[in-house]
Design a binder for this molecule. Structure first.
Ligand code: C2E
Ligand code: CA
Ligand code: CA
Length: 702
């Protein structure tokens, strides 16, 4: 093409201007600084090499002229191809189409060029091949950058580009996937199509303020997909400016963080909420309590902590199974939430323990207590309603302890302990009750702690004694005794078992203690067996529920009998009704195993429990012990007399022996004898006494 062009000009200009033309073109060729122009003979010898060729390929004109094209700038890999092309051009006189090539620089590196070629034939002269190469190095770099940018743009991240006014110019595939809007739907509109409505106008205003001020904004945004679904996005917006610093575009990259959000929510759920009931757990409760206490410091208002414990939950769990227990807990949680205000907190501490925190009650402590009590009563009522647990109808009750908190409350753990304590008081008061914490409870707790450490010490240093209280027949003859534990505690004197037995039971200390009682009593029986005046006596030993419940209880008793050599038929174990209500079959099995060896059983405190006669019949009992409260009121309360009469009739019907305890007067004894009871225990016949004293009185009795 160029050939014709030049030749055309030559034709039009005519011979007169030929010299001028040649000089001008030569100059043009020589000085064209972005275009390397080289001339070659058919064998590749360089005949022309302009200045730009030196710039692009590194060889000076002097170095290049006379050298071979193939030695200078043609890389080995394409040498054959170029040679063939050059030969073809000289043979046919046609031009090879222009195109991109990578040629060799003097220092060895490859130079990307856009190369066009033309054969210039002047009649009578050897034709010359002119090559015109434009350096593409910078272009190639720019292209590479563009490729990188394009790849980046089509990355996993959803991206959009807007113009300075916020109109969308481009979006990528990830954007379409994330939002549901195709490029066609999005381009020409603004990012407002993604607005979820979850942010205030101030939020967007602040975002724009920062963008304008700093050229950048990033943060979390709730966006809405085309299908209406709202999702959380992490958005990063950058302003693109021109050389004058004017914003030309905005580029926004979004990362869908719904998954992170979900994970975050899961973690929060696991860490701060109870997995069964979905109520806040202990940690979250303490956290809120901390805040509430800090809050009440400011506002001066009083709050309340209600500690709620389900009565007899363990029994339910044991008899109906944990699944049913879980159902109850779920329903309790639901009812709790239904009984309080939105701003209050119901939490599950674990097991069957729940806590309700009431905030912002009155700032008058008395009024606040009343308010807390009203809520507490409401909860008691709500939780007292019948539960349907699968096929079971269950009526439960709860015990509630209340602790108020205000300015003085410094320690939240302490607060929780107070409420817990009050709850125990409620339980002790017969369950289904509500109690407020008061400082006396604190004193009781301190005493209890002292008893626990004292009991341990007492066991180690043998501070325990046994007293023996005679049991007599209708003629007043001693037939045996009940052994009653005494604690001779240094500094405290003789401590009543009524005070320390419950503590020993709670702490498990009853096990070593009970074993010691059993061993001591059996040793006595063995000693008595050797003497005619005592050989016939029986000993009654009290057994705690915790002792009896041990799997090895039977073995323990038999072991003690064997090691002491006591006659099992002289040993009578006193059980209480509360011990017998759970796991009746297990109880019967244990009793039967001991009974088979001759051990006897008396049912202590009879009449005060809630025995069901149907299972009482199944127990291998020997004796019922009329509780001393009925004996005490025998002469003053017709009810007590009726109960005593019923118990006696019952024992006769069931073929059991009966004994009355707490007999203090002859009138009581006479009345009991009239009703058919001919065995007694009580101050009238002897107080609990040291064994020496009992033995002395037996000797006197002869
Ligand atoms: P309990 O088994 O009902 O024992 C009878 C209690 O009534 C004894 O109180 C006894 O001293 C008292 N008592 C006896 N006769 C009369 C009377 O005529 N009038 C009055 N007002 N009271 C009378 P104690 O010794 O203080 O024992 C209290 C409870 O401690 C016992 O009640 C028993 O449940 C428990 N306990 C005592 N020793 C042991 C023991 O070795 N092991 C276990 N597990 N518990 C024991
Ligand atoms: Ca007893
Ligand atoms: Ca009793």
């Amino acid at each position: 093409m160029k050939t014709t062009h030049i030749e055309g000009r030559k034709k039009r200009a005519g011979p007169a201007t030929r010299l001028l033309d040649e000089a001008r073109f030569r100059k043009l060729f020589d000085t064209a600084d972005a275009m390397s122009i080289q001339g070659y003979l058919p064998d590749g010898t360089v005949v022309y090499w302009n200045h730009a060729s030196e710039t692009i390929y590194g060889y000076t004109e002097a170095e290049a002229l006379g050298a071979s094209l193939y030695d200078l700038i043609i890389p080995d890999e394409i040498r054959d191809m170029v040679e063939a092309g050059v030969r073809w051009m000289f043979e046919t006189g046609q031009n090879f189409p222009p195109g991109r090539l990578e040629l060799k620089h003097k220092d060895g590196h490859l130079v990307p060029v856009y190369s066009s070629h033309t054969i210039v034939e002047i009649p009578g002269e050897t034709p010359v091949l002119f090559c015109m190469d434009a350096d593409m190095s910078h272009l190639a770099e720019a292209e590479a950058e563009l490729r990188v940018a394009a790849t980046a743009f089509e990355s996993q991240q959803s991206m959009l580009i807007t113009d300075a006014t916020g109109v969308i110019l481009r979006v990528n595939k990830a954007f379409t996937e994330a939002t549901g809007y195709s490029a066609k739907e999005a381009v020409g509109r603004t990012p407002r199509i993604l607005k979820s409505g979850r942010h205030t106008p101030e939020f967007y205003a602040e975002m724009w303020r920062r963008l304008v001020e700093t050229g950048h904004w990033e943060g979390e945004i709730w966006d809405r997909r085309k299908n209406g679904e709202v999702y959380a996005d992490w958005v990063n917006i950058t302003a693109v400016c021109d050389e004058q610093g004017r914003v030309t575009h905005y580029v926004a990259a979004q990362t869908d963080i719904s998954r992170h959000k979900e994970a975050e929510a899961t973690i929060t759920q696991l860490a701060f909420y109870d997995s069964l009931t979905r109520l806040p757990n202990r940690r979250l409760l303490l956290d809120r309590l901390q805040q509430a206490v800090a809050g009440s410091l400011r506002s001066d208002s009083v709050g309340a902590l209600l500690f709620i414990d389900i009565d007899h939950f363990k029994t339910l769990n044991d008899t109906l199974g944990h699944d049913v227990g879980d159902l109850l807990l779920l329903q309790v949680a639901g009812r709790l939430e239904g009984s309080i205000r939105e701003s209050d907190t119901a939490a599950r501490l674990g097991g069957d323990e729940f806590v309700v925190m009431l905030e912002d009650l009155s700032n008058n402590r008395q009024e606040a207590a009343t308010q807390a009590e009203i809520v507490g009563r409401k909860i008691l009522t709500a939780l007292n309603q019948v539960y349907t647990l699968r096929e079971h109808e269950y009526t439960g009750s709860v015990s509630i302890g209340v602790a108020l908190f205000s300015r003085e409350a410094s320690n939240v753990d302490e607060l929780l302990k107070h409420a817990d304590l009050a709850m125990y008081e409620a339980k002790a008061a017969g369950r289904n009750a509500l109690r407020f914490f008061d400082p006396e409870m604190q004193a009781a707790v301190s005493l209890r702690a002292a008893i626990v450490s004292g009991l341990r010490e007492g066991l180690r240093t043998q501070q325990f004694r046994l007293n023996y209280q005679p049991q007599v027949d209708g003629e007043g003859r001693v037939v045996g005794a009940e052994v009653l534990l005494r604690w001779d505690c240094p500094g405290r004197g003789l401590v009543s078992p009524a005070e320390f037995i419950p503590v020993a039971e709670e702490t498990g200390l009853i096990l070593p203690l009970g074993r010691w009682v059993l061993e001591t009593a059996c040793s006595r029986l063995a000693a008595w067996a050797a003497r005619p005046e005592t050989a016939h006596l029986t000993l009654a030993v009290n057994v705690s529920a915790a002792q009896f419940a041990r799997a090895d209880f039977v073995d323990e008793v038999l072991g003690v009998l064997a090691s002491t050599g006591a006659d099992p038929r002289r040993l009578k174990l006193e059980l209480t009704e509360s011990l017998l209500v759970d796991r009746v079959d297990e109880v019967i099995a244990k009793m039967s195993a001991l009974k088979a060896q001759g051990v006897g059983f008396a049912l202590d405190d009879f009449g005060t429990g809630y025995s069901s006669l149907s299972y009482l019949r199944r127990l291998p009992l020997d004796q019922l012990k009329i509780d001393q409260s009925f004996v005490r009121d025998l002469l003053v309360d017709a009810n007590s007399a009726t109960i005593a009469r019923t118990i006696i009739a019952l024992s006769q019907a069931m073929g059991l022996a009966v004994i009355a305890e707490g007999v203090e007067t002859e009138a009581q004894q006479a009345l009991l004898a009239g009703l058919g009871c001919h065995a007694y225990q009580g101050y009238l016949f002897g107080r609990p006494m040291p064994v020496e004293q009992l033995e002395a009185s037996l000797a006197a009795q002869g």
